[in-house]
Design a protein around this ligand. Structure first.
Ligand SMILES: [Zn+2]
Length: 405
């Protein structure tokens, strides 16, 4: 039986499945075909929720006597965009000048292809790790993310699955393989501030209450002063106003209502709850300021509406895991990876509730773009890094506590 030791072949098989979110597109079947010969037992639970598409997911485990390492990722991909702009078709896995083209090459079928090749080489060479390896793969990362990782973790945990560490294979390197490991993520929260005014004639402002003036005060209160200076592990907390809407087509009418929407990325100085309180306090203080509202006695009449669920901030402090991965990157590439918490949120924010988690994958430059592509050399390098990491992590064992089975 041939084992899936070649990441290029693994990736080609995955790219040829058009698994544009939420479609499975054959991608999970392709994974199953790779994993079964390696001794994995494979399950493919489908999760549903009203108002969202049903999603098929995959959980595969190769059991052994020792600690349990979980690799997490997703096989769904973003849409191709303007297909005619691609120089190679998005689902053909064509190779040109040492690069493989295709949607998901980087984000993140490439990472999965390399991890499977790494496990296959390890199994081929040693008979397999001294412990358990599992793959937790969702088809709902690029979509609403409702029927994906969160439910898959709950489902697996309910069956008694426990993990000692996890690695997420999302693209983490900005320029070159070996640049960056992610050891945490900032939290994220979005909200809208709606100011209610009184409509009127622009020439008679004393008879109206212009909500734009109130909104300016509130937006200023949101932006200043800075929330914090950042921490050893995190950038400063940052708030961006992402939209200001008045919806007023007339130039001589004072509108009745104005809305500003914002997104805040916060570090571990805050929790989702304390940052919400801070936002409320800032708005209440700003509502009383007169700067843009001379002659108005009442505070600005506003409502604050939080949008979506907050993403919680987290930081992984498992030195053994970070050192095993960092050491493997260094040994294979000769580069010392930065330990970063920058960038957007990822599914690691859900995994952190179950076990320590780090993220390392390919170079992210072309993800989500037309002509998404990966250097074949990077696929080989990442496979070697993952293989070394697997060997090193299992070699280190878990001296602090007993294996969790
Ligand atoms: Zn991704």
């Amino acid at each position: 039986m041939t084992l899936p030791t070649d990441p290029v072949a693994n990736l080609a098989a995955l790219i040829r499945c058009a698994s544009v979110t939420p479609a499975e597109g054959g991608a999970l079947s392709a994974l199953e075909d790779m994993l079964k010969p390696l001794g994995f037992s494979v399950e493919r639970p489908v999760f549903s929720e009203a108002g969202t598409p049903d999603i098929e997911n995959l959980y595969a485990r190769r059991s052994g006597n020792g600690p349990h390492l979980m690799f997490a990722g997703h096989t769904d991909v973003v849409p191709v965009g303007d297909e005619s702009s691609w120089t190679h078709p998005p689902f053909a896995a064509e190779i040109a000048k040492g690069e493989m083209f295709g949607r998901g090459a980087i984000d993140m079928k490439g990472g999965i292809a390399c991890f499977i090749a790494a496990v296959a080489r390890h199994v081929d060479r040693t008979g397999g790790p001294k412990g358990s390896v599992s793959l937790l793969i969702t088809g709902d990362e690029e979509g609403p993310a409702i029927n994906g990782t969160t439910k898959l973790l709950e489902w697996a945990a309910a069956k008694g699955e426990k993990w000692d560490a996890s690695i997420v294979g999302e693209p983490t390197n900005p320029e070159t393989l070996g640049d960056m490991i992610k050891i945490g993520r900032r939290g994220s929260l979005s909200g809208s501030v709606i100011v209610n005014g009184r409509q009127g004639h622009a020439a008679y402002p004393q008879l109206a209450d212009n909500p734009v003036r109130g909104l300016l005060s509130l937006v200023e209160g949101l932006l200043h002063p800075a929330f914090d200076k950042g921490t050893t592990d995190f950038q400063p907390t940052n708030l961006e106003v992402t939209s200001i809407d008045v919806g007023n087509p007339a130039t001589n009418v004072i509108p009745a209502k104005a809305t500003a929407t914002f997104n805040i990325r916060f570090n571990d100085t805050w929790t989702a709850e304390t940052i919400q309180t801070e936002i409320h306090n800032r708005l209440d203080r700003a509502a009383k300021r007169k700067k843009y509202r001379t002659g108005k006695k009442t505070p600005v009449d506003y409502e604050l509406v939080w949008r979506d669920r907050p993403s919680h901030v987290f930081l992984t402090r498992d030195d053994r895991l970070i050192e095993a991965l960092g050491g493997s990157v260094q040994a294979v590439t000769g580069r010392t990876p930065a330990l970063s918490t920058s960038g957007g949120t990822s599914d690691a924010r859900f995994i952190k509730d179950y076990c320590p988690v780090v993220e390392f994958g390919l170079v992210g430059k072309t993800m989500h773009m037309v002509d998404e592509r990966v250097a074949l050399a990077d696929l080989e390098t990442l496979t070697q890094i993952y293989q070394r990491f697997i060997e090193d992590w299992f070699e280190r064992g878990l001296p602090d506590h007993a294996f969790v089975g």
